[in-house]
Design a protein. Structure first.
Length: 190
């Protein structure tokens, strides 16, 4: 089979031979890279050739392979459609660049999804919410509030330094945290 492929490639000439060589070589590299990423993990910055480990960097080995794989196949498709070689190269360049841009967008979104789901109360400071259970005045007891933290609505324990109780259903603002477990809130939203 390999001998037949080599014989077929040697029958090709010029521009078409170059496009086939690019498409086949980088497709093989893409396949090897994909297989290796399953065994060593998709975040291997050594294999990506990315010195700082940033998955959203434009110049990586992965992006180079993706670019030339798409360049080769789209160039072949445009060549087989009978387009002029200059137009074939332009289409191949655009397709390769578009694929790398799409890959970067996907990697950036995936990197954003990797953040820890652990709720950190410090992220609630300065947020506005609503009292769920009455909060006694002067830190004399604990109530509950509902507030947006890290993109989700959560119900948390709260105390206040206000001189009056904060009734249920009242708007509050988070001032600080106590022992990283309890919110300190105020009914003054200014």
């Amino acid at each position: 089979m390999l001998a037949d492929l080599l014989r077929w490639l040697l029958q090709l000439q010029g521009f078409e031979l170059i496009l086939w060589c690019i498409a086949l070589f980088f497709s093989l590299l893409f396949l090897v890279q994909t297989i290796i990423s399953f065994f060593i993990g998709g975040d291997s910055s050594d294999f990506d050739g990315d010195a700082d480990g940033d998955a959203t960097s434009f110049f990586t080995v992965r992006n180079l392979i993706v670019f030339f794989t798409m360049f080769g196949w789209s160039g072949l498709a445009a060549h087989k459609a009978g387009l002029h070689p200059v137009l074939v190269v332009l289409i191949a360049l655009l397709a390769g660049t578009a694929m790398v841009a799409l890959l970067l967008l996907i990697m950036k979104r995936a990197a954003g999804m990797r953040q820890s789901g652990t709720l950190q109360l410090k992220n609630a400071v300065s947020q506005v919410g609503e009292t769920y259970l009455r909060i006694p005045a002067g830190r004399s007891g604990m109530g509950k509030v509902q507030v947006q933290v890290q993109g989700r609505l959560v119900e948390l324990d709260a105390m206040t330094d206000d001189s009056a109780d904060i009734a249920s259903g009242r708007p509050i603002k988070v001032v600080s945290t106590l022992n990283e477990r309890i919110l300190i809130v105020t009914s003054s939203l200014s």
